[in-house]
Write a protein that binds this ligand. Structure first.
Ligand code: VGL
Ligand code: ZN
Length: 192
């Protein structure tokens, strides 16, 4: 059970229509259930004085992240489309960090990666957290085995005390989910 103080940030990963809505372009099964669960956690975080920060997958029309340009994913979260909007029922009260904006993969909320050159870059998330003296993060959102996974991995790698609320996530690939969680546990991520 996550406890919140002013030194903690709740990171709400990619709770966007394309992932959370059953009609979305890259719907993650059970994604809509994450919206209400995330809202409860957001309220708790706010009561504890924690920062709530959101990530948003935000791709250009053409990117090697998509199948039709050599990537692995169907078209999703294209900038300015409804699918890219945060879910309409999600309580949004904090900064929104966009990723993948220049065509990079951008799985983690902290970093982006060019799928062709492998070149890595940073988002503004780490700066937002450091500026507020945050040393602990709690992570929820979509998808558990993709962007939540990469965000948790980066967070623990950057030295944040990192907790993942497994019930407030859903995986794209349920068969691989446990292995992915074990990987995080081995890295020192607290799973609850
Ligand atoms: C995601 C696949 C492609 C995610 C983003 O938010 O988990 N998954 N882009
Ligand atoms: Zn994406």
């Amino acid at each position: 059970m996550a406890e919140y103080t002013a030194e903690t940030a709740l990171i709400v990963v990619d709770v966007q229509n394309d992932f959370a809505d059953p009609g979305g372009n890259l719907y993650v099964r059970g994604g809509e259930e994450v919206v209400e669960a995330a809202n409860r956690e957001i309220a708790k975080a706010q009561r504890g004085g924690a920062l709530v920060v959101y990530t948003q997958d935000w791709h250009p029309e053409q990117t090697p992240h998509f199948q039709d340009h050599g990537g692995v994913w169907p078209r999703h979260c294209v900038q300015g489309t409804e699918g890219a909007e945060l879910h309409p029922n999600l309580e949004v009260e904090g900064p929104v960090v966009q990723k993948g904006t220049e065509g990079e993969d951008g799985y983690s909320g902290f970093s982006v990666r060019d799928p062709e050159t492998g070149e890595e870059g940073a988002t503004e998330l780490d700066g937002i957290l450091r500026e507020r003296g945050i040393d602990r993060v709690v992570i929820v959102g979509l998808a558990q085995d993709v962007c939540v996974h990469e965000t948790a991995k980066d967070a623990v790698g950057k030295g944040y005390d990192t907790e993942l609320l497994v019930d407030v996530t859903r995986p794209v690939d349920p068969d691989a989910a446990q292995e992915r969680l074990d990987e995080l546990k081995d890295l020192g991520v607290h799973l609850s």
